[in-house]
Design a binder for this molecule. Structure first.
Ligand SMILES: *Cc1c(COP(=O)(O)O)cnc(C)c1O
Length: 421
């Protein structure tokens, strides 16, 4: 469910007509709904607690949508943060996430990033390899602290909506194998600079089938039980994110209730705290990318809808062949027509979709790419020297620009000519 709907023939975000935002801020622009963000978080939390999961740590995966206003909206409801870089630690802190609810993941954390996170007091560093374990141990000792760590395990289960977002197969770069995890956990418990508190996994993204998740989580339960039977303390099991969302051409994702029931089944009998790292399921349906039609270009065999948004603003179609529903903001009647929807960037890959049936559209009309709140603005760039796409957060009848569009002067002023030029 989300809060983008037609009212009086106009697409709204909550109580604000999208056309009003386009008028005030210009296009392209991302628009997020506070009510949808809040709803997704509370639905997940209530489903988990309803299924008997006590006090889950729901660490929102900041990379899905790192806007500070988005993180703060969730932090106010009690969300933690799953972060993958120093920049994301800083964002989570700036948004008011308490450090004891921050989990630091990622295969290549540098010495500087680890030191920053430890000084900030993050709850848990998810260690993804033996060299990283040794590095965290050394950095923590240098700082005179003991790092709480979890070992990230690769459960060797294939899942995820696209090869590029499947992370849980044995040949992917993430985490260690089960046998290595047992060895590293035992090793970590003898190191002076770390304290192992748990194990973690994250098997992929845009998962629409619970079966591979359950398979992975049952394997994780077995690991926790083996570690405990060896006399090791395990306090936390972090099950990652990955739950899919409806992009219209995909299988319906499982409901939060079914997901929570599966979690309860897969972890039954364990006496550990559970942590989750949802990104997409919180943010995707809470955002749209709003764009204006620049031209309708009719060729003998094809009709091109040329928009002012491009692949640099929304990379998912070019990167993952992703499907986004496209809706006119002020639909007028008339028979649907097939369009190739493209942006102005000088790449054939700058094609959002081909042969899409849409209601008749004309120059100046507004369209919204739905389900664009996750991995949308987060992956935007200034390719083709297009200023970074702005972001707007709506709450009820109000809206605020939470990342302004840089001016051309701002964009150019970031660069410094070499002294010899
Ligand atoms: C990307 C990522 C997530 C979030 O994945 P979603 O599919 O957006 O829920 C969670 N944990 C880790 C470690 C990740 O890399």
């Amino acid at each position: 469910m989300n809060h983008f709907e037609l009212r009086d023939g106009e697409l709204h975000c909550e109580d604000v007509p999208l056309a009003r935002i386009a008028e005030a801020v210009g296009t392209p622009v991302y628009v997020y709904s506070s009510a949808t963000l809040e709803r997704h978080f509370t639905v997940l939390r209530d489903a988990l607690t309803g299924a008997g999961v006590r006090d889950p740590l729901i660490a929102y995966a900041v990379k899905a949508n790192p806007n500070i206003a988005v993180i703060r909206t969730l932090a106010r409801l009690g969300a933690g943060a799953d972060v993958v870089s120093e920049g994301e630690v800083r964002r989570a802190l700036a948004a008011g996430v308490p450090p004891e609810r921050i989990v630091f993941s990622g295969v290549g954390k540098t010495e500087g990033e680890i030191a920053f996170a430890l000084k900030a007091g993050v709850a848990e560093i998810n260690v993804e390899s033996e060299p990283e374990l040794d590095l965290v141990n050394r950095v923590a000792q240098d700082l005179g602290v003991r790092a709480e760590i979890a070992i990230r395990v690769n459960p060797d289960v294939g899942a995820g909506g696209h090869d590029k977002i499947s992370t849980g197969k044995a040949d992917s770069k993430f985490g260690v194998s089960f046998s290595e995890a047992e060895r590293l956990y035992a090793k970590a418990s003898n190191l002076a600079g770390v304290r192992p508190v748990g194990v973690a996994c994250h098997i992929g993204s845009q998962i629409t089938d619970l079966a591979p998740m359950e398979e992975a989580f049952v394997k994780m339960r077995g690991l926790v039980q083996r570690l405990q039977s060896e006399g090791l303390r395990v306090e936390r099991l972090d099950l990652g994110g990955g739950l899919g969302v409806p992009y219209f051409n995909q299988p319906e994702p499982p409901s939060p209730g079914d997901y929570a029931a599966m979690i309860a089944r897969a972890t039954s009998g364990l006496d550990v705290g559970l942590a989750f790292e949802p990104g997409r399921m919180i943010a995707a349906n809470a955002g749209v990318l709003l764009s204006r039609v620049v031209h309708v270009h009719q060729r003998p065999d094809r009709r091109f809808l040329v928009l002012d948004a491009a692949m640099n603003d929304l990379l998912r179609p070019a990167m993952y062949d992703a499907y986004h529903d496209i809706r006119p903001v002020n639909p007028r009647g008339g028979e649907a027509q097939a369009y190739d929807v493209v942006g102005p960037v000088c790449e054939t890959g700058d094609t959002f979709t081909r042969d899409r049936k849409l209601p008749p559209l004309a120059r100046g009309d507004l369209v919204a790419f739905m389900t664009a709140g996750a991995y949308g603005a987060a992956m935007s760039s200034e390719y083709n020297s297009r200023p970074l796409v702005p972001e707007v957060l709506v709450k009820g009848g109000e809206f605020a620009v939470v990342r302004p569009r840089p001016s051309y002067d701002d964009m150019l002023a970031r660069e410094t000519p070499a002294p010899w030029l």
